[in-house]
Design a protein around this ligand. Structure first.
Ligand SMILES: [Zn+2]
Length: 286
């Protein structure tokens, strides 16, 4: 289980942070991710965990699609208002390239010739859809640019995933939003702190998100306003999969069952398999 903490600084800056090691390890286990895929998806899941925390209702839902044209292919991550995230990636075993500075080349694997699209469904007639160009494919910068460009929300984002072979050893993220009333002097100081926030995965090693916020922003006396738990959990269920199978049409579905012995639908987000034999299909299409 991972925990999100949220704090207010001088009523002018909102800081939220999440320690997300368990989320990243769930993603690695489900998708059998290569290290660079784990870093990319881990960062993106960490970000949407923070964004999901902003929803007012449990049913509110967001999907972020990062499509940069790199070897990882399209990366999709989702979060609801109830502390659940999930993700899917086109090429989970993309080859891991290490840069000269020793870091994984996440930007190269994601690619930056493309877009970040965020779809928010908060129960209105139409979901809100925002899109921005990718800046670097390193995920944190891309989200920061998205917020500034598409939601007119100046902010800083820093995300980190630390890996040892195929395990995540530490991970987390910090999201700093500047409110319109923020005085320039405070903004300058916050920017200086943000600039020094490096190697984020190490910052979360053995530290809670609250400790990380205090470590960087303690001098501003942050007032902690909220904390909540978040985990990797898929919301697929039999009812949803029934709908997908029904959309095949009776003839097609029965045809597959006759050829293969059954119809099998595998959820891309959690790997759960739904199997329909001939009898089940007859019942479904009755
Ligand atoms: Zn699922």
């Amino acid at each position: 289980m991972s925990t999100i903490f949220k704090a207010m600084i001088c009523n002018a800056v909102v800081v939220s942070a999440v320690e997300s090691k368990d989320i990243v390890n769930s993603a690695i286990r489900i998708h059998k991710l290569s290290p660079v895929a784990a870093a990319a998806m881990g960062r993106a899941l960490t970000m949407v965990a923070l964004m999901g925390k902003e929803f007012k209702n449990k049913e509110d839902y967001l999907t972020a699609v990062i499509d940069g044209g790199g070897p990882l292919g399209k990366l999709t991550v989702c979060a609801d208002g109830d502390g659940h995230v999930k993700g899917d990636i086109e090429n989970p075993v993309a080859e891991t390239v290490v840069k000269a500075d020793g870091h994984l080349d996440v930007g190269g694997a994601v690619g930056k010739n493309g877009t970040l699209t965020v779809i928010k469904d908060i129960g209105l007639k139409q979901p809100y859809v925002g899109t921005s160009q990718l800046v670097s494919g390193e995920i944190a910068q891309d989200f920061a640019y998205y917020f500034a460009d598409s939601e007119q929300q100046p902010c800083g984002v820093t995300l980190g995933v630390g890996l040892n072979r195929k395990r995540c050893t530490s991970a987390g993220g910090v999201w700093v939003r500047i409110l319109p009333n923020c005085p320039q002097e405070l903004l300058d100081k916050i920017e200086t702190v943000m600039y020094a926030m490096d190697e984020m995965s190490y910052q979360f090693e053995g530290s809670t998100a609250q400790e990380v916020i205090n470590r960087f922003f303690g001098e501003f006396q942050p007032v902690f306003t909220e904390s909540s738990e978040v985990c990797y959990k898929c919301n697929c269920n039999k009812r949803k999969i029934n709908r997908i199978v029904k959309s095949l049409g009776k003839e097609e579905a029965i045809g597959i069952a006759e050829e293969m012995g059954h119809v099998e639908v595998c959820c891309h987000f959690c790997g759960r398999k739904y199997v329909y034999d001939r009898d089940a299909l007859e019942k479904l299409f009755k």
